[in-house]
Write a protein that binds this ligand. Sequence first.
Ligand SMILES: *Cc1c(COP(=O)(O)O)cnc(C)c1O
Length: 409
Amino acid sequence: MSELSFKAAELDAGDQLAEVRSRFVLDTVSDHAADAAGVYLDGNSLGALPAAVPGRVEDVVRRQWGELRIRSWDESGWWTAPERIGDRIAPLVGAAAGQIVVGDSTSVNVFKALVGAVRLVEERGGDGRDEILVDATTFPTDGYIAESAARLTGHTLRAVTPGEVPAALSDRTAAVLLNHVDYRTGRLHDLPGLTSAVHAAGAVAVWDLCHSAGALPVGLDEHGVDLAVGCTYKYLNGGPGSPAYLYVRGDLQDRFDSPLPGWNSHAEPFGMRPAYTPAEGVRRGRVGTPDILSMLALEAALDVWDGVSVAAVRAKSLALTDFFLECVEAYVPEGRVESLTPVRHEERGSQIALRCSDAGDVMRLLIERGVVGDFRRPDVLRFGFTPLYVGFADVERAARVLGDVLASR
Ligand SMILES: *Cc1c(COP(=O)(O)O)cnc(C)c1O
């Protein structure tokens, strides 16, 4: 046993979250020889399947839909699922109940949040604010949507890196759209500091939590974030295409003016009135009929969080990424990869991004050997560390296989 695999065994033995892994469907060591079991390091793209989901989905389909049919809107709680599941996500992102609604994709929610943010500013007079700032390093969809939101609202869009935001803010800024963790590099941005800078400039802060929710503490309420969005299929394990969520801070809800006011957000949805009156509360973030099958799969997936503290998840996430960097240093030939992920814990999300020439081929070989991360053009290997089901022996093995692959090329 090498020194690092010995250390991995020790770290696994002391891991308080180790038993949570059994709540997921994963390759198990008993299925294969220990070294042939897969190591899944792509939970930052698609979380693994929680074991409770298939049975719940079967019940939703066979009993709730198959037998109760339309009665399930009331009797199975379908109608209220978006707010109910929002309240399940709330503690994971530091929000009190009643501020999160689940539904639609992240892209659609970015649109609702950003136009809603601009309208909050206009509603209080606008003060001539005609500019939206967007994270220049953002996941592309947010940038595309921001461009369209700016065009529709007659604002100018300016792309700046999160670090440049404080200097770019002015009395022209209406809203700022930022990613909490950079999807490419895994850099964690300073949500408390940037939110207060945005507020000091009189603007509204919109955060995209796709790569932070479920991986680290967010503290939406504590830090006074105005609006936020996030997906549920990454660290929240909701399944492919599971619905996203929208957070509207409680004291802003009665002024939140959604650009997509569907009948589900009407004060009286079954009144079938020609004129629109928005619902009270966060329900006004809804649009149309919710995607119940995906939404209830997500609800079942959230059971894995029972008794799990986000602080423990964060501590393990940092230990995993630290240990991965230590193993990469030991196993990977000198100079062959360069980490793009910050060394400082305060600036690190839950993934490690390694720049590597021929990264596409390297990732293909890793996947052939059971180590699943992903490749982001042009030259980045991404490895996501999901503390609920990744262990330290997985990390050691992934780095060792990476070292072998790189040494043999
Ligand atoms: C994954 C991700 C998205 C995905 O948007 P969808 O509409 O769910 O496809 C958006 N923004 C960020 C920052 C992401 O990481």
